[in-house]
Design a protein around this ligand. Structure first.
Ligand SMILES: Cc1cc2nc3c(=O)[nH]c(=O)nc-3n(C[C@H](O)[C@H](O)[C@H](O)COP(=O)(O)O)c2cc1C
Length: 209
């Protein structure tokens, strides 16, 4: 009997250990790192290949704060502007372990789905699927007032692009690789990220060393 139970216990503990944490608390952003702003702009370029080394917790923490973190806590505003201050963009993060949503107020990542969905983000650019982390800019257009859905989609695209450019400039400033991308398997990603009908994946940025 013992011979049977031991492998079952080992297997179960393996499954439990493989389950990613529900919440990943991020480090305080390091505000003094990186090149100066003109040097970061001068070296900004879209990467054409990515390494698969894991990013450090500090890199992930700073990346997300730079992308769309709260930079004025007293009024709840962010590093990226948004049309009519609708704050429609949520940054989702996809790694080999799971899909997470970035929660700027708590400055943390919350797990939305365990599993490796990087191929869905890479889409037909399969050579990018090895990047350790993707940021996906998802707009929730229900946060815009009014009834003009085509205007809401235009604003969503603009707001997503600004967050993506924050990622581009941050990565350039600290020597990480990234690339703004519109290609992705959006319909399958909607399922993987458990999006509501008013949420749209607009752009993504793979990020690596
Ligand atoms: C809105 C937008 C969508 C893009 N989508 C993709 C994409 O799906 N795949 C890709 O490889 N590059 C994509 N790019 C990156 C462009 O191809 C790249 O910015 C362009 O070639 C200029 O190169 P640079 O960024 O190094 O200046 C996109 C860029 C923008 C601004």
């Amino acid at each position: 009997m013992k011979q049977l139970i031991t492998p079952i216990l080992v297997c179960l503990s393996g499954i439990l250990l493989a389950q990613p944490a529900e919440v990943l608390t991020l480090n305080k952003p390091s505000l003094s790192r990186g090149k100066n702003i003109m040097e970061a702009l001068a070296s900004r370029a879209s990467a054409t290949e990515f390494t698969s080394d894991e990013l450090s917790l500090q890199d992930i923490s700073d990346l997300l704060w730079a992308a769309n973190g709260i930079n004025r806590p007293e009024i709840g505003k962010k590093t990226a502007p948004s049309a009519t201050n609708s704050q429609d963009i949520d940054v989702y993060v996809v790694t080999s372990k799971g899909a997470y949503i970035y929660e700027p107020v708590q400055h943390q990542l919350k797990l939305v789905n365990a599993g490796d969905f990087r191929e869905l983000v890479a889409g037909r650019q399969k050579n990018f699927a090895n990047a350790p982390l993707f940021c996906i800019m998802v707009s929730d257009i229900s946060r815009f007032r009014g009834n003009d859905d085509s205007q809401k989609m235009r604003w969503a695209a603009m707001d997503a692009a600004i967050v993506s450019q924050n990622i581009n400039i941050f990565c350039s400033g600290v020597g990480l690789r990234t690339r703004t991308r519109a290609f992705m398997e959006a319909d399958k990603l909607r399922e993987a990220l458990k999006l509501t009908p008013s949420q749209f994946p607009m752009l993504n940025n793979p990020v690596s060393n």
